[in-house]
Design a binder for this molecule. Structure first.
Ligand code: GLY
Ligand code: MN
Ligand code: MN
Length: 476
């Protein structure tokens, strides 16, 4: 057992060790029901099993990362592990063990086991002397409890590395989460075969099931409340900084969900033209715009990804409104292009066309529009792609093949963001001075349905006049 260096206590006496072992109640939880996503996770494991018959598949949850010395960053389980188990335990490993048929061949599927750290041992003192002992970090589920919750067999994770080292036959591991597990498999795996596993799991998340859609809808609802919280305290943000906005949204994310799904972008004034402005340490000034890109992540780790660009004083100036309304029109054209059977690229192209038309109309780029689009000249001010898949990861399904993602046809159950923007940098000499330092993005989370799409984040207004009315109402 580790005794912390520089501990104020001397070594543990035998008498103290004996005292600490005894008189603890039995707290085993009995008759637990499976978590809501257990059946969905089982279906995903079945799809994985069918894709890799006869192979051992290893999907780690990942480990804590050190912040300094013996303090760690908050743990966030690996997406693949969460998707396949519904669990978020640190250091855990899911193993799909291939089953042989009676004839000894493949095709009998896999047995799935979640390897988890069990409850702390009281006999050997680990529960109070080890840094990961339950007395320090809180009660864990027993393996029996976890089996009931996850709906699959669970074993002690401390045996998994040795078991994997000794196992024979083909094996693949999801890399990048657990160096110890990868080290145990180092002689048995190849980067190429492991990449195939990761790609398959990324593509398995392209179409969301009913549970996932429900979670994403919840994430959007909490996010809408977080944006309302921000509007209500904008005057206090004005007196402090963008940090007040970040903190306000974070409070909602932590109270209603697990966390924010990505670092909140709280970009006031010219910071709105920096796409990933997460320093959030600038002033918030009346007369300028606030671009807030933030999303609540639910307890099951599904995140929203929503942007609103708000006039700090509640009213758009004529130029701000002109730019905002152009982005709104582009976003609407993008959303209108989201339907089953459409090419994934359609929403991007529809939105970019509107923005290119506006830039030509305003005299910022020389037409005709077709030439601008062909050379992608609008990109100087539109900067980024118009959206991406959304799910457990904010940029979900990122390892999917190009054919399966950007070159795919939309299907019911896909969820994607539609988020065009226009950004005029403060030092952009190619535009009139009054444009400089204005950035606008509007971002919503769109579910492809059987006959079109549904905006999961429509709890927040998008049109400029509706944004103003909403802000006026919230600010009383
Ligand atoms: N919040 C990052 C993005 O919109 O993609
Ligand atoms: Mn996004
Ligand atoms: Mn975003």
């Amino acid at each position: 057992m580790k005794q912390r260096k520089n501990s104020l206590y001397p070594a543990v006496s035998d008498a103290l060790a004996t005292v600490m072992k005894s008189d603890w109640a039995d707290t085993e939880l009995r008759g637990l029901s499976p978590v809501a996503q257990a059946a969905f996770a089982a279906g995903r494991r079945a799809a994985l099993s069918a894709r890799f018959p006869g192979e051992r598949l290893v999907i780690p949850a990942g480990n804590l990362r050190t912040r300094s010395n013996d303090t760690e960053y908050p743990f966030r389980a690996a997406t693949e592990y969460v998707h396949l188990t519904g669990d978020q335990t640190q250091d855990a490993v899911l193993v799909l063990e291939p089953l042989a048929t009676e004839e000894g061949g493949e095709g009998a599927g896999h047995a799935a086991t979640a390897y988890l750290l069990p409850r702390s041992n009281r006999e050997n003192g680990e529960f109070w002397l080890d840094g990961q002992g339950e007395l320090w970090v809180g009660r864990r589920h027993s393996l029996t409890e976890a089996e009931q919750l996850l709906g699959m067999p669970c074993k002690d994770v401390r045996t998994v590395a040795a078991e994997l080292r000794e196992a024979t036959g083909p094996v693949r591991v999801v890399r990048g989460h657990d160096a110890g597990i990868e080290a145990a498999l180092t002689d048995k795996v190849t980067a190429e075969r492991d990449a195939e596993l990761k790609i398959f799991l990324s593509e398995l998340r392209l179409v969301k099931d009913e549970f996932e859609i429900g979670e994403l809808a919840k994430a959007c609802e909490s996010t809408a409340r977080g944006f309302e919280d921000v509007v209500k305290v904008l005057d206090r943000a004005e007196a402090t900084s963008e940090r007040y906005i970040e903190g306000t949204f974070f409070l909602r994310a932590r109270v209603e969900g697990n966390d924010v799904g990505y670092g909140s972008i709280c970009a006031a004034g010219p910071h709105a033209t920096t796409l990933h402005w997460v320093r959030n340490d600038g002033p918030v000034r009346s007369g300028e715009l606030l671009l807030l890109d933030a999303g609540v992540e639910t307890h099951t780790l599904y995140t929203a990804d929503v942007t609103r660009t708000l006039p700090v004083n509640g009213r758009f100036s004529p130029l701000q409104r002109k730019i905002y309304d152009a982005v709104y029109e582009a976003q609407q054209a993008g959303i209108d292009a989201v339907k089953p059977g459409a090419a994934y690229r359609d929403f991007h192209e529809a939105a970019q066309r509107v923005l290119a038309e506006k830039l030509v109309e305003w005299g910022l780029v020389e037409g005709p529009v077709e030439r601008v689009l062909e050379l992608a000249l609008q990109r100087r001010w539109t900067l980024h792609g118009t959206g991406h898949m959304l799910g457990i990861d904010v940029h979900d399904c990122a390892q999917a093949r190009v054919d399966a993602y950007v070159d795919c046809t939309l299907e019911p159950g896909m969820v994607l963001t539609v988020e065009p923007g226009l950004y005029f940098q403060a030092d952009d000499l190619s535009v009139p001075a009054e444009y400089r330092g204005i950035g606008v993005r509007i971002e919503d989370d769109i579910l492809v349905t059987d006959d079109g799409c549904r905006n999961l984040s429509d709890g927040l207004p998008r049109r400029s006049d509706e944004v103003e009315a909403w802000m006026a109402r919230l600010r009383g």
